[in-house]
Design a protein. Structure first.
Length: 226
């Protein structure tokens, strides 16, 4: 793994109001600096959204609609949008949806996972959401620089058709985590789970190339659910 890319950003308005540190006779003190921008002139700022679950997709739609001079970037660790509904391959995963984007063509009251994923893709395409997205980027580190007021991120980018990855660095004024509550699951602490089972598998798509289907013939399954 190697660092090959460090994303630079355009600087904010140089004459914006704010606080700056000055040193007088060895003493550090803070002074307010009045900027030269008009009161109705929106400052430019950069926002990074992590992952494209429901909240990530909503952020990618609403932020450009409501905010001026925004530089928006969205990082997704999978090969497509949808979060849980992209990764979870359990055929019986269903949910009752209450959403603002009208969709009436559901096959059941509790919508099946594949239909939910298809609808998320439909909404993303309708609002041209994909123009902000960088797929196959996994967040591995984040830090805040108090002096500059910036958030610094390190992401692991998976190389297509390869087992290798690269490190990408980026910086933003604001970072919004939309990872979801089901994104960091783990196996329960069950005695003998690994030693007594011939195989442990999951419907969750852990890798970029894990098959969607499991061969279930001639096997006895123990189903572990939430």
């Amino acid at each position: 793994m190697r660092t090959i890319e460090k994303i630079t950003e355009s600087s904010s308005t140089p004459c914006m109001s704010g606080f700056e540190e000055k040193t007088t006779l060895g003493t550090i003190h803070t002074e307010f600096k009045l900027g030269c921008a008009s009161i109705d002139e929106d400052r430019s700022f950069k926002v990074i959204v992590i992952w494209t679950r429901f909240s990530g997709i909503l952020a990618g739609i609403r932020f450009p609609q409501r905010m001026k001079n925004i530089d928006l970037k969205i990082y997704e660790n999978n090969e497509g949008v949808g979060g849980t509904w992209y990764s979870n391959r359990e055929p019986h995963a269903i949910i009752h949806l209450i959403v603002q984007e009208v969709q009436t063509d559901w096959s059941a009251f509790y919508s099946p996972g594949p239909e939910i994923l298809a609808d998320l893709k439909r909404v993303a395409n309708k609002y041209q959401f994909m123009r902000f997205i960088k797929l196959r980027h996994e967040l591995i580190h984040a830090s805040y620089d108090e002096k500059t007021g910036k958030r610094h991120l390190m992401l692991r980018r998976q190389i297509l058709e390869s087992q290798e990855s690269e490190i990408v660095e980026d910086t933003a004024d604001f970072v919004l985590l939309c990872t979801g509550s089901l994104s960091r699951w783990k196996w329960p602490d069950i005695d003998g789970l690994e030693s007594k089972a011939h195989g442990i598998s999951t419907r969750w798509r852990l890798t970029f190339r894990q098959p969607h289907d499991l061969r279930e013939q001639d096997k006895i399954f123990i189903y572990i659910d939430l």
